[in-house]
Design a protein around this ligand. Structure first.
Ligand code: ATP
Length: 358
């Protein structure tokens, strides 16, 4: 039985369809991310799952039990859902010690003293806050304050943990470290995680599967590798990585980069599934383009060292593309021509809309 099941879930704010007919099953113990640009409906979806927003259409089940239904006008109150929640702002109570911050929700639930103590101590230990238990949050770093929020959510022993951009107030280094801590907590306690972020690398690092959304509509649901390697459309391709699309021309099923013709002849034919009468753009991840001794001719506009990775800006025909290689593979120099080979080509309809990132 799935941990969560959303059927046809829709949410309107006036004329804005914040979430539009969302169908989704999240498995028990899965780490599932909602990814997409600002305003695409991630937080609204999470708030509907939490019970803070009603559904204008659809139903939501948790462990097979009905939690929300627009048809039956039924909504289980948020506090009865027993979901752990951590949000962007460090929602810690500054006048309470770390220990009391974690124990307080358990007192509200009227658990026994010994239960409160054992759950609080376990949650503090799991989040490495045992030594800080008697301090006030103001004395702690941003990372430690966010750990208090995590400890508090862990202590209620939730089956599902809802995390909405929980790391976005932290510096990049700490942010990366905390990803692993969240993953460790999940492994240790076995809860299902729903993680909202607009940071694709965070989603990819944490998730078993993820959903990419645009304007309230699901674009793709899959595991991170599949979404990276086989994006469903131009929007997903450009949201998860760089957004270089290369217009091509097709002659007798042979494919040429527009503006480069013979110098830009691809070593592949148009796939049989595609219609030669239409126009296409190709796309290739920056790591899937190799320098070669023959092949498509390109001009190196820029070469930038980014530590272990070397980032290139190349011009082929009328198009500029990015290529990223390790230092050992970075043989082409700025201001020179080179030859390249595309390893994995993705094909998209030229007329399909791309998007800018936010
Ligand atoms: P962000 O990453 O910026 O938090 P998001 O993907 O979480 O964005 P939502 O906050 O879910 O997006 O918003 C989806 C859409 O619904 C947006 O157009 C937003 O303006 C609108 N919206 C969200 N909450 C409300 C509200 N309470 N009243 C009116 N419109 C709202």
């Amino acid at each position: 039985m799935p941990a969560l099941n959303l059927i046809n879930v829709t949410k309107l704010f006036g004329s804005v369809k914040a979430v539009n007919k969302l169908n989704l099953e999240i498995e028990q113990g899965e780490c599932f991310s909602f990814l997409g640009p600002s305003g695409c409906g991630k937080t609204t979806t999470l708030r509907m799952i939490a019970g803070f927003e009603n559904l204008d259409e659809g139903e939501l089940y948790c462990d097979g039990k009905l939690f929300s239904s627009s048809y039956k006008h039924f909504y289980l109150a948020p506090e009865k859902r027993n979901f752990g929640m951590v949000f962007q702002a460090f929602a810690v109570w500054p006048h309470m010690t770390v220990y009391d911050n974690v124990a307080f929700p358990l007192q509200i639930k009227k658990l026994s003293r010994s239960e409160i103590q054992s759950r609080t101590e376990l949650a503090l230990k799991a989040t490495s806050l045992t030594k800080e238990a008697q301090l006030f949050p103001g004395k702690l770093s941003g990372g430690q304050q966010q750990r208090i929020a995590l400890a508090r959510a862990v202590a209620i022993n939730p089956k599902v943990m809802l995390l909405d951009e929980p790391l976005s107030n932290l510096d990049p280094h700490l942010r990366e470290e905390m990803r692993f801590e969240i993953k460790e907590l999940q492994t240790k306690f076995g809860f299902t995680v729903i993680y909202v972020t607009h940071d694709q690398s965070e989603a990819m690092a944490l998730s078993d599967r993820m959903l990419v959304m645009k304007e309230g509509v699901v674009q793709q649901i899959d595991n991170p590798l599949e979404i990276y390697n086989n994006p469903a459309n131009k929007f997903v391709f450009s949201f998860i990585g760089l957004s270089d699309f290369i217009p091509v021309m097709v002659k007798d099923r042979k494919v040429f980069i527009e503006g480069a013709m013979e110098n830009g002849a691809l070593q592949v034919e148009l796939p049989n599934t595609l219609n030669p009468a239409l126009t296409y753009d190709i796309a290739c991840r920056p790591g899937e383009i190799d320098f070669a001794s023959t092949g498509i001719t390109a001009f190196v506009l820029r070469r930038t060292y980014l530590g272990d990775v070397v980032d290139y800006l190349l011009k082929i025909g009328n198009t500029e593309i990015r290529v990223q290689k390790t230092r050992r593979e970075a043989i082409a120099k700025a201001g020179e021509t080179c030859h390249i080979k595309f390893n994995r080509i993705l094909w998209y309809d030229h007329s399909e809309e791309t998007t800018s990132k936010t």
